[in-house]
Design a protein around this ligand. Structure first.
Ligand code: AMP
Length: 543
């Protein structure tokens, strides 16, 4: 005899406005200055937006595209669009223009909201986006450019003309709420379509202590872009518990991040590892900072790619901050595992604790997870056997938008993630590779991630990538590709000697190449396909 109230995204906003109405949302705007308002103001403006969308003819299910940074306006779109029953389609502006064109057309977005940083891009793309009825610049009237974009509208004008009264409609919780394309390395990007139900359930999961341990006391710097897998669920999760939100806008360099963490007294932050490399570089290269006292970070989520041990250690030693190493993917809303300790880990010596944190964490309730061998048989939880990671659960994709890519689940509803890993006796997952990145040497597998982690532990290494290169005898052997820290000296033999005691003998890379930079994908991951292409003809000295 329980009430059957639908789980709707609008309820998150209503809750935050009613019970955390004066909690701040702070943005470094695209224009530069800091903007501040509250959850109460967010709710009022989201309602104005919903009225504006209604006037533009947007109805339930209409896709609304965004090309935007992390700002309060993007947050208003998160709640205004989904709240009224339309679908928020966050487009990753770092993709190639042709991919963006494909995605917007495939989604059939009817309106495209964009930041001024993307004006040139939108001008170029507009003629090839026939379904888009209007382009809305996220700016005020004073900043509207003279532009040839047809049906160019001003966001602040749109909102100014509307009422703050809007009753969020009630509908089936399985209604689509947002859409995010994931760019696989082969074929066209594929759309993951989330529902109100999956989103609210995922929010409960990230707020819980063994998820992101999120609460009303937190001040959260959301560096992970809102166009990357729902900003890892933060807009919704923060509203659910009334956490203060801090958005960096387009400025994700070390200095800007440092200043926001300091000025907004952030206790929590989320980002991919590369962002923190820039942050540390800024600290190391700037005199007069007092990082240990100015920065109040208690914990942070690092995910999207493996968090290097050296980074986990530095956060612990310099800030007393606990890195929650998390794993997931766009198809999983995105969270699957989070690196929270168990009761028995209290008081672990730092070295052991860091080893534990280097694993990608434990499965959160709501996600079922198993690892299997090539025949599909389940592998033991011994921390050694590695196999394909499969998941199922209420916030995991059942298929891609418009059935692209065909069936994605097996007969029992398991989704193959394409990741390879181990599970230990305590349930900690360790990602050893993407299945296509694992190095197959003489029939055995070598984890490229483990080797990269070991290499990045060397003080002169800025970034490292390991790929399999053809070898006549072993089929493939590891090649280590390294970016040195600025001004650091390091040669091949010194680095190999450093690695020798850290990895199994037959895992030791056959060669090291130094480069000035490594290629990254639009979501900040190492682009190994590009490296493999670049080093296709590379002849190893052992071959
Ligand atoms: P995306 O859908 O763009 O978020 O990419 C998801 C993929 O990123 C996963 O399938 C993994 O291959 C990788 N990934 C995410 N988190 C981690 C992590 N903590 N360690 C290693 N790889 C990760």
């Amino acid at each position: 005899l329980m009430q059957n109230r639908p789980l709707l995204i609008s309820s998150l906003l209503e809750h935050a406005a009613a019970f955390h109405g004066d909690t701040e949302i702070v943005t470094r705007t695209v224009e530069g200055p800091i903007h501040r308002y509250t959850y109460a103001a967010l709710a009022r403006r989201s309602k104005r937006l919903a009225n504006a969308l209604t006037r533009l003819g947007v109805t339930s299910g209409t896709r609304i595209g965004t090309l935007a940074w992390n700002t309060h306006r993007h947050l208003e779109l998160y709640f205004g669009v989904s709240g009224m029953g339309a679908v928020l389609h966050t487009v990753n502006p770092r993709l190639f223009a042709e991919q963006i064109e494909y995605i917007v057309n495939h989604a059939e977005d009817q309106y495209l909201f964009f930041d001024s940083s993307f004006l040139d891009l939108v001008e170029r793309l507009a003629p090839s986006l026939p379904k888009v009825k209007g382009f809305i610049l996220l700016a005020d009237r004073a900043r509207m450019p003279a532009s040839g974009i047809p049906n160019l509208l001003c966001y602040e004008d749109l909102l100014a003309g509307e009422s703050e009264a809007f009753d969020w409609p009630s509908f089936d919780e399985n209604t689509a709420s947002s859409l995010c394309y994931t760019s696989g390395t082969t074929g066209n990007p594929k759309g993951v379509l989330y529902s109100h139900r999956s989103t609210v359930l995922h929010s409960f999961a990230i707020c819980q202590r063994d998820g992101f341990n999120l609460g009303a006391e937190d001040s959260v710097l959301v560096v992970v872009p809102l166009f990357h897998a729902n900003g890892w669920g933060m807009p919704y999760g923060a509203a659910m518990c009334g956490a203060k939100l801090v958005f960096p806008g387009p400025a994700m360099d070390g200095k800007s991040i440092y200043e926001l963490l300091r000025d907004e007294q952030c206790s929590f932050s989320l980002a991919v590892p590369t962002v923190w490399l820039g942050f540390f570089q800024y600290i190391d290269g700037t005199s007069g900072l007092q990082p240990a006292t100015e920065i109040k970070l208690e914990r942070l989520v690092i995910g999207g790619s493996a968090a290097p041990q050296a980074m986990i250690r530095r956060f612990a030693e310099q800030f007393g901050a606990y890195v929650l190493h998390a794993w997931g993917m766009t198809e999983m809303s995105p969270l699957g595992t989070s690196g929270r300790p168990l009761r028995k880990h209290a008081g672990l010596p730092l070295d052991q604790r860091i080893a534990l944190q280097s694993k990608q964490g434990r499965v959160i309730y709501g996600v079922e997870l198993k690892i299997t061998d090539d025949s599909g048989a389940e592998l033991p939880h011994d921390g050694i056997a590695f196999g394909d990671i499969k998941v199922r659960g209420p916030w995991i994709a059942a298929g891609y938008f418009r059935s692209e890519g065909g069936a994605v689940m097996d007969a029992d509803g398991w989704f193959a993630t394409g990741d390879v890993g181990t599970l230990d006796g305590d349930g900690y997952l360790q990602i050893t590779d993407r299945s296509k990145d694992v190095i197959k040497s003489g029939g055995e597998w070598i984890s490229s991630i483990d080797l990269e982690n070991a290499a990045i532990g060397h003080p002169a290494v800025q970034e490292a990538a390991v790929i399999g290169v053809h070898h006549d005898k072993w089929q493939e052997r590891p090649l280590l590709i390294v970016v040195r820290k600025p001004d650091a000296t390091l040669d091949r033999d010194t680095l190999l000697e450093y690695l020798r005691p850290l990895v199994a003998k037959w895992w030791l890379p056959d060669d090291v190449v130094f480069v000035t930079e490594l290629p990254h994908t639009a979501t900040g991951k190492l682009q190994k396909s590009k490296l493999r292409e670049q080093f296709k003809e590379y002849r190893l000295p052992t071959d």
